[in-house]
Write a protein that binds this ligand. Structure first.
Ligand SMILES: O=C(O)CCC(=O)C(=O)O
Length: 336
């Protein structure tokens, strides 16, 4: 028996059905102020204990469908400019390893899916963001992902290329798996390469760890805040729901993503793509694509790369583990 969503969300604390009421207004005003200050707002206890338990069971079930990927990427999630000095932060590589379950693999009964598709959640996020109309992402794979991270998994320091992401913390790892942020380390007109290089080199002085206790909803502006998921330790999986919204209706992944979503169903093509991509980055990428066996489905990975070696996070254009984002480099497109 699937419990009603009203039991899964703490409606006393977050009365999403009454956004004009005083409690919700206070939440929204506080959230907007926090977002403006640090670029991140956590709503702890968004899920009730029953909600967390239900989401954990859901995630454990979904996790069997996760697509595993591992590789290296830069903090900028872009195709790198190799003419830069070798020690430039844009040429500094970090390791990622992650599993992800794509939206199209989540049944209608999935609680994570039901929360994502719940109109009051969309309304709450819209109010917090205060950017006008908001829509669920239209991408059949990337609109909603469950990130599944196990022992040794991590996500390298990076900036997002979208203005915001929304996460729902479902289960923490036993050790590590922390969401670490250096808030607003850069701005639209100042890259702060020195400070970024210092963080990539191990400087912890500006690092803030967001608690992200299970049941927390996070709205995060990651374009100017360097962030990562620290290495996970222990047998318990870290589960994080990644919910994609956009201020433009009907947004899908990039052209590259749509190609690769199709390509991903054909096992021979990703290998060709990987080969080409590997050549382009001159051996910098240690490995591309799945380490966990053959491609499984049209999964658009939450993280960093899908079975096709491209980053498929919700709200993010496709990115390869080498940091490729958006259009592939000339001459390296997969065959049609
Ligand atoms: O908490 C997580 O799983 C990481 C999310 C993240 O880094 C991102 O969405 O850019």
């Amino acid at each position: 028996m699937v419990p009603p969503l009203e039991r899964l969300v703490d409606l006393d604390r977050y009365p999403v059905g009454d956004l004009d009421g005083p409690v919700a207004r206070a939440v929204i005003d506080g959230a907007r102020a926090q977002l403006a200050g640090t670029g991140a707002v956590e709503l702890p206890g968004f899920l009730t204990p029953e909600g967390v338990a239900g989401l954990v069971a859901d995630a454990e079930d979904l996790a069997r469908r996760a697509h595993r990927s591992e590789g290296v990427g830069t903090a900028y999630l872009e195709y790198p400019d190799f003419s830069l000095p070798e020690d430039h932060p844009r040429l500094t590589w970090g390791h990622y390893a992650v599993g992800a379950v794509a939206y199209d693999l989540m049944p209608d009964t999935s609680l994570l899916r039901r929360i994502y598709e719940w109109p009051p959640l969309l309304a709450l996020v819209r109010e917090i963001l205060d950017r006008g109309p908001l829509y669920r992402y239209a991408d059949p794979f990337g609109a909603l992902n469950l990130a599944v991270m196990g022992d040794g998994d991590e996500l390298q320091w990076h900036f997002d290329q979208t203005d915001f992401v929304v996460s729902l913390a479902v289960q923490s790892a036993e050790r590590g798996g922390d969401f670490e942020v250096v808030p607003r380390i850069r701005s639209a007109d100042y890259e702060a390469y020195g400070a970024v290089a210092a963080v990539l080199g191990g400087d912890r002085s500006g690092v803030v760890t967001l608690p992200m206790t299970p049941g927390t909803l996070l709205v995060f502006e990651g374009r100017h805040s360097l962030h990562r998921v620290s290495p996970v330790g222990g047998p318990r999986l870290r589960h994080m729901g990644l919910l994609a919204f956009d201020t433009v209706a009907g947004t899908q992944g990039s052209e590259l993503l749509r190609r690769t979503a199709t390509v991903a169903r054909c096992p021979s093509r990703p290998r060709r793509w990987h080969g080409r991509l590997r050549n382009r980055v001159r051996g910098v990428v240690h490995r591309l694509g799945s380490r966990g066996g053959p491609p499984q489905h049209g999964a658009r990975s939450q993280g960093w790369s899908g079975r096709d070696g491209l980053d498929h996070r919700p709200g993010h254009p496709a990115v390869g583990p080498c940091g490729l984002r958006g259009d592939p480099p000339p001459g390296s497109r997969p065959s049609p």
